[in-house]
Write a protein that binds this ligand. Structure first.
Ligand SMILES: [Zn+2]
Length: 144
């Protein structure tokens, strides 16, 4: 049996294995008797207890994480757009786009390029592929 409990010393929610007599807090190292620990939820399925723990510790749903990443990426993104717009050399523009988008997004699509390059996006992607600045990792998905 596993239980969702809370450390008596640092008060952090954690999981305790009820089959052992004592349980040590992974955060502060404090050892408590398992029987003395409060049990907010218990199950023989460790995954179910983990699930309960992630809810207790304010688990952030993937959508929220992505939103945060987008905010964090806003800066490098606008920096890249600025560099792109203030660069007159086409080869360099493509390099900035390819490396910038790959660094920020991992991979990118024609739509991502279009947001920055507008109507030239299609030609630019074709030219970038031509010059081996980018490669197509899946259909319509590129990276530098
Ligand atoms: Zn603790």
């Amino acid at each position: 049996m596993y239980a969702l409990t809370r450390c008596g010393v640092c008060r952090r929610p954690r999981i305790a294995d009820l089959s052992s007599k004592e349980s040590a807090c992974p955060y502060c190292g404090c050892v408590q008797k398992t029987q003395d620990l409060p049990r907010y939820f218990q199950s023989s399925d460790q995954n179910a207890v983990r699930e309960a723990l992630s809810q207790a510790t304010g688990f952030v749903p993937p959508d929220e994480v992505r939103k945060k990443e987008r905010v964090a990426a806003a800066d490098p993104y606008s920096t890249m757009v600025y560099r792109y717009e203030h660069c007159s050399d086409l080869d360099e523009k493509m390099q900035i786009l390819a490396e910038g988008l790959t660094a920020i997004k991992g991979t990118f699509t024609l739509d991502d390029v279009r947001e920055i390059a507008g109507e030239r996006a299609e030609k630019m992607v074709a030219a970038m592929l031509d010059r081996c600045i980018i490669s197509e990792v899946r259909i319509g998905v590129y990276r530098a």
